[in-house]
Write a protein that binds this ligand. Structure first.
Ligand SMILES: [Mg+2]
Length: 269
């Protein structure tokens, strides 16, 4: 990362929340979600919000349009294979070609040469949706043949099973964590300003970045097994959005954001 000028670092949001959606930002009781969303929106000038999710852009646009969930500034979507920015004028999420180019190159001609084998494979069935640089399946642990995972990897892709329910075929080396790091670097966002949040194995790569992170209280046991000795991770007692808020306070980001907002008010007064 290039060194920031004093002026740039003053303009940089004091806090960047890079959060998974299902089970994390969208998890917990409605009142708990609203407490987090209201706090984020009240201090939005000092906060950058990034969704790091398996969901695609149409899902996020539809959810945010309902008026409850805040709009993100950036999206690392489709399990790290989409990188998009929010256009404030059109209220659309627009893929960033420059950031997606290496992902597109790795996906190449796609997975058509193994598609037939996957269509016939036991224990997986295609998810609905438009997939750009990945393919995703519903996964049934009992019926699945582990040889299929080996076949996917031999064909040059990564195979990610998460929440014991989903299987993703991804371009090699592409997942949530590495794509988030590329976005942060592109934004020149200091890593110390960032908190990542997640709940299942498809969030493992987020915790492996070394960034400060929170595993919410309802996290998948298989994820906890892999990260329980990591010092960069806070293990929240609360579930979903409330667990994220618990970690924001525990890491001191709540105070940092409130001080930054106060300072801005003083400067503009
Ligand atoms: Mg999740």
């Amino acid at each position: 990362m290039t060194e920031l000028t004093e002026n740039q670092s003053q303009q940089m949001p004091a806090f960047c929340l890079a959060t998974d959606l299902d089970g994390t930002f969208l998890g917990g009781e409605k009142s708990e979600r609203l407490a987090l969303y209201d706090w984020l929106e009240a201090h939005r000038a000092a906060i950058q919000l990034v969704f790091v999710t398996g969901r695609d852009l149409p899902f996020i646009e539809a959810s945010c349009s309902e008026g409850i969930m805040p709009w993100p500034d950036y999206v690392v979507g489709d399990v790290g294979t989409t990188l998009a920015v929010r256009c404030s004028k059109s209220r659309r999420l627009i893929p960033v070609g420059e950031l997606e180019a290496p992902i597109k190159a790795r996906w190449g001609q796609g997975f058509n040469h193994i598609r037939q084998a996957l269509d016939a494979a036991p224990g997986i069935s295609p998810q609905t949706g438009t997939f750009r640089h990945r393919m995703s399946y519903h996964y049934d642990h009992q019926a699945f043949d582990p040889e299929i995972k080996i076949m996917i990897e031999k064909a040059g892709f990564d195979c990610l099973i998460s929440d014991n329910r989903f299987l993703d075929v991804l371009p090699k080396g592409v997942s949530k964590g590495p794509s988030l790091l590329r976005l942060l670097s592109w934004l020149s966002m200091p890593k110390s300003n960032v908190l990542v949040a997640g709940d299942t194995l498809n969030d493992l790569s987020l915790f492996e970045t070394g960034l400060r992170g929170v595993a919410v209280g309802n996290s998948e046991p298989a994820l906890i097994d892999k990260i329980n000795s990591r010092e960069n991770v806070y293990f929240a007692k609360s579930h979903g959005a409330s667990g994220v808020f618990e970690a924001i306070t525990a890491f001191g980001f709540r105070e940092i954001v409130q001080n930054a907002a106060k300072l801005k008010q003083e400067i503009t007064a």
